[in-house]
Design a protein around this ligand. Structure first.
Ligand code: MOS
Length: 760
C-alpha cells in the first residue's frame, strides 16, 4: 500500500504469513511479538527527529512553599545547553485550570507544570534544562539552583484523619458508596459472632518497564507530532491543544507502542506538557524522558486505611457488613476510587453501611493503578471474611458459599452473568482445597510453615463508546483502525483477530491501526473495557463492510447476489458465498476489481445499549487459591502455588487473556509481599524512589500460576460476549496470600506489603 494512506504504517504490526483464517477463542500469538523482540517497535523516546533537543526535568526538594529565585548561570554555562525553562520564561499557556482537565480528570484543578512559583509537592517539576545532548542536559539539571521559601507541609494520612472529607463532586465512572441498608450497627451488636479489623495499604508507585517520555517533532509549519507514553492519544491531544491554545489540526499525538502502563498513562503527565512547552519555546523538536527516580514524582496508588466489621450467625449467615475507608488525595484534586462498594455487592446481607472519605495532603494527586480501589478494598473485605471464618470455625470457602449473592445485593438487580460459583468449585478442585486442615499451623515442612488461603475477586465489566473504520483494499489488505491503545495487553492482536474472524479474512492480511489521535474516536485504554468497546466497534465495522461488499456485488452484471441479503451470504477465506449454494462465490478483492474501486471503506459507531445494560449489574468475578511457605526463622514468605479461576465472559484469545491474569497475579504478589513507597514525613518526600529500595518480584519469586476461565458469554456487556480481563487478575491475590500466611503461621497481618518484620 502507499505510504500516503498511513504515514507510519511501518509501525503497525501484522501477523506473519501463513497464519491464515482465525476464529474467536483461538490462542493467536501476538501480531506485534516480532516487532517487539527485534527492536522494530518504537517507544515514545525512540522516535528520531532532525535537530532533536533533549529536556531534563529539575524537581523540587521541598513539599510546600514558593520559589524565590532560580539560578541558572552554571547550568547555562555547560556546553550544549540551549536554555533553562521555568515559570519565569515558559511560553504562554492558558491559565484556566479547566483547560488542563483531561477526559478522566477527577474533581478539582489539575496540576499545571511550570505554571507559577507555587510548590505543592516534593518532586514537583520546577525547571527543564534543554540541551543538544541528554548527557549535557542531565549534568546541567544538577547545576540549576532553585531557592525556595518552604512552608509547613503535611504528608501523613493518619495525622490528617481529623480533617477528612467526603469527596464533593465526582469523576465520571465513579460511584459513591450507596446509602446504608438496614441497620448495620445494631445488627453487628446483636450478632453472636463478630469481627472488627483495621486494614492498611501503603503507597505504591507505577513502575512500567518504559519510563514516561515524550518526543515532540516540530514540523516546518509548526505542526506538532507528539509521541507520548499514554493510554489515550486523543486524551493527550485534547489537553495539549487546550492548554496551549493550538487548533486540533496543529497537534497529533501518537502512541503506537507503550511499554506497560496500568493507570500511569491514563492522564496526560507532566513530561508531555513540558516537552511541548520546550518545543514551542525553541521552535525545534524536543524529547523529555523521565529517569526511573522521576517515575516516583507523579501519581501513585493512594495510601488507604480501612475498617471492616462483620457480624454473623453461628451458622455463618452474614448479618452485618460495615466497611469504611479513608484515602489520601492532593490539595488540588479529589482523586476518588471505588474502595468499599464491592462489600455491599459481593455477599448477601441485609444490613450494610459503607463510608469513603479523603484527606488532602501535600502530595501529588494519586492515580489509578491496576484495579484501582478493588485491589485494596476487596483485599480488606476478603481478609476480614477469612477472620470471620476462623472465628466461626468454618471453612473460608464454605462461608463464601453460604452467603453467595445470586442477585446484586446492593441494587437488587440481576447480574448480566455471574459464574463465581463455578470459579469457586473449579478452583477448589484444581487446588485440592478439600485436603486443607481447618486449623492454622497444621502444615509443616522442616523449618517451613505451609499454608493455604483463598479469596474472591471482582471488578466492573463496562463498555464505553468508540468508532472503528474498516477498509478493504484492492491489494488484499484489510485495514481496521481506531484510536485505541495497546499497553502490552494485546490490543493489536485481539482486534486483528476479531476483524479477521468477522470478515472471514486471513489474519496475515489484516492490519489493525491504533495509537494515533487522528484515527476514529476511542476512549483511553482503561477499566478493562478495550475489548468490550473497541472489539465490539471492530466487529460492527466489519459487518457493515460486508453489507457494503454485498451491495457492490449485487450491482455487478448478472450478479448471482442480486437478490441476496446479509442473511443469505457467508464470508470465509476471503470469499463471499451464497449460504444456499456455496459453489456460488466471489472473492472479495474481485468485487473491488469488478466495481473498479481501489478500496471500500466504512465507519461504525459503537454506542453501548444503556437502556438494556442498566437493568443489570455487570461484573467479572474470580476465585484465587494459593499456597505459601513461611520460613520460621526469617519470616520470609514464598508463594509456591496459585490457581486463579476467572469469570470474564467469552475469552477472545486465551493466550493473551491468560497473560493478563498472570500479570495480575504477579502484581498481586508484589502488592502482598514487596511494593511500598515510604515517605520521610519530616521532608514530605518519598524516599525509596529506585529499584534497589522499591521492591518488585522477579522471576524467582514467581510460582507456577494456573489460570482457568469459566467462559460464559455475556451479550449484555458486549455484542462479543466478552467482559474484559485487564484488572480482575490482581483482585483477591493479596488477600489470598494474607489468608494463606495466617493458615501457615497463625499470624494475622492486616497491612500490605506483608514483609518479614510483620510476619515474624
Ligand atoms: Mo487501568 S488502572 O484503568 O489502566
Amino acid at each position: 500500500m502507499s505510504a500516503a494512506n498511513s504515514p507510519h504504517n511501518d509501525q503497525q504490526p501484522m501477523a506473519p504469513p501463513g497464519t491464515g483464517p482465525v476464529r474467536i477463542g483461538q490462542p493467536v500469538p501476538r501480531v506485534d511479538g516480532v516487532a517487539k523482540v527485534t527492536g522494530h517497535a518504537r517507544y515514545a523516546a525512540e522516535h528520531p527527529a532532525q535537530g532533536l533537543l533533549y529536556g531534563v526535568v529539575v524537581n523540587s526538594t521541598i513539599a510546600r512553599g514558593r520559589i524565590d529565585s532560580i539560578d541558572t548561570g552554571d547550568a547555562l554555562a555547560v556546553p550544549g545547553v540551549v536554555d533553562v525553562l521555568s515559570h519565569l520564561n515558559r511560553p504562554k499557556m492558558r491559565s484556566l485550570g479547566m483547560l488542563y482537565k483531561d477526559m478522566i480528570a477527577p474533581e478539582g484543578s489539575p496540576f499545571k507544570p511550570l505554571h507559577d512559583d507555587r510548590i505543592c509537592y516534593s518532586g514537583q517539576p520546577v525547571a527543564l534544562v534543554i540541551a543538544q545532548t541528554f548527557e549535557a542536559a542531565r549534568h546541567a539539571a544538577g547545576l540549576v539552583r532553585v531557592h525556595c521559601c518552604a512552608e509547613p507541609h503535611e504528608t501523613e494520612l493518619r495525622a490528617g484523619l481529623h480533617r477528612s472529607h467526603i469527596p464533593s463532586r465526582l469523576k465520571a465512572g465513579y460511584s459513591p458508596p450507596p446509602k446504608p441498608r438496614g441497620d448495620a450497627d445494631a445488627a453487628l451488636a446483636a450478632a453472636p459472632v463478630q469481627h472488627r479489623g483495621e486494614y492498611y495499604s501503603g503507597v505504591e508507585h507505577h513502575n512500567p518497564m518504559e519510563m514516561h517520555a515524550t518526543t515532540v517533532i516540530y514540523g516546518p509549519d509548526g505542526h506538532l507530532t507528539i509521541y507520548d507514553k499514554t493510554q489515550g492519544s486523543q486524551n493527550c491531544r485534547w489537553v495539549v491543544s487546550r492548554a496551549f491554545g493550538l487548533s486540533k489540526d496543529k497537534v497529533t499525538v501518537r502512541n503506537p507502542y507503550v511499554g506497560g502502563a496500568f493507570g500511569s498513562g491514563l492522564r496526560p503527565q507532566y513530561p508531555l506538557l513540558m516537552a511541548v512547552m520546550a518545543a514551542l519555546h525553541v521552535k525545534r523538536s524536543v524529547r523529555v524522558v523521565l529517569t526511573r527516580q522521576q517515575m516516583f514524582t507523579f501519581g501513585h496508588r493512594p495510601e488507604t486505611l480501612q475498617r471492616v466489621a462483620l457480624g454473623a450467625d453461628t451458622d455463618g449467615t452474614l448479618r452485618s457488613i460495615i466497611h469504611e475507608a479513608v484515602a489520601e488525595t492532593s490539595r488540588f484534586e479529589d482523586y476518588v476510587e471505588v474502595v468499599v462498594n464491592w462489600s455491599g455487592q459481593l455477599y448477601r446481607c441485609d444490613n450494610v453501611r459503607q463510608n469513603y472519605q479523603l484527606v488532602k495532603l501535600d502530595q501529588y494527586t494519586p492515580i489509578d493503578m491496576r484495579a484501582p480501589g478493588a485491589a485494596h478494598g476487596v483485599y480488606a473485605l476478603e481478609v476480614a471474611m477469612d477472620e470471620l471464618a476462623h472465628r466461626l470455625g468454618m471453612d473460608p470457602l464454605a462461608l463464601r458459599l453460604k452467603n453467595y449473592a445470586e442477585h446484586d445485593a446492593a441494587k437488587g438487580l440481576p447480574f448480566s452473568t455471574k459464574a463465581l460459583r463455578t470459579c469457586y468449585e473449579r478452583g477448589a478442585e484444581r487446588f485440592g482445597w478439600a485436603q486443607r486442615p481447618l486449623a492454622p499451623r497444621s502444615m509443616r515442612d522442616g523449618r517451613v510453615w505451609v499454608g493455604w488461603g483463598m479469596a474472591t475477586g471482582t471488578w466492573d465489566a463496562s463498555q464505553m463508546f468508540a468508532r472503528a473504520r474498516a477498509r478493504l483494499q484492492a491489494d488484499g489488505v484489510l485495514v481496521v483502525s481506531s484510536a485505541a491503545t495497546d499497553i502490552g495487553t494485546g490490543t493489536y492482536t485481539v482486534m486483528a483477530q476479531i476483524a479477521a474472524a468477522a470478515m472471514g479474512w486471513p489474519l496475515e492480511q489484516v492490519r489493525f491501526e491504533l495509537g494515533d489521535s487522528t484515527l476514529p474516536v476511542a476512549p483511553v485504554e482503561g477499566g478493562s473495557s478495550h475489548v468490550t468497546t473497541i472489539g465490539s466497534a471492530v466487529e460492527g465495522a466489519c459487518e457493515k463492510l460486508q453489507k457494503t461488499l454485498l451491495k457492490e456485488a449485487a450491482r455487478l452484471p448478472q450478479s448471482p447476489f442480486a437478490k441476496a441479503t446479509a442473511a443469505h451470504v457467508i464470508f470465509e477465506n476471503g470469499w463471499m458465498r451464497l449460504r444456499s449454494d456455496p459453489a456460488v462465490a466471489i472473492r472479495l478483492t474481485d468485487i473491488l476489481a469488478c466495481a473498479g474501486k481501489a478500496a471500500l471503506e466504512v465507519t461504525y459507531l459503537l454506542l453501548p445499549n444503556m437502556l438494556k445494560q442498566k437493568k443489570y449489574v455487570r461484573a467479572t468475578h474470580s476465585a484465587v487459591f494459593c499456597e505459601v511457605r513461611v520460613d520460621e526463622d526469617f519470616g520470609t514468605v514464598r508463594v509456591t502455588r496459585v490457581v486463579s479461576v476467572v469469570d470474564a465472559g467469552r475469552i477472545i484469545n486465551p493466550k493473551t487473556a491468560r497473560s493478563q491474569v498472570i500479570g495480575g497475579v504477579v502484581w498481586g504478589i508484589s502488592q502482598a509481599l514487596h511494593e511500598e513507597t515510604l515517605a520521610d514525613h519530616r521532608l514530605g518526600r518519598f524516599m525509596n524512589h529506585n529499584y534497589a529500595e522499591y521492591h518488585i518480584p522477579v522471576n524467582a519469586d514467581m510460582p507456577e500460576v494456573e489460570v482457568i476461565f469459566t467462559e460464559e458469554e455475556d451479550r449484555i456487556v458486549s455484542r462479543l460476549g466478552a467482559k474484559g480481563v485487564g484488572e480482575i487478575g490482581i483482585v483477591g491475590v493479596a488477600a489470598a496470600i494474607s489468608n494463606a500466611i495466617f493458615h501457615a503461621t497463625g499470624r494475622r497481618v492486616r497491612s500490605t506489603p506483608m514483609t518479614p518484620d510483620k510476619v515474624m
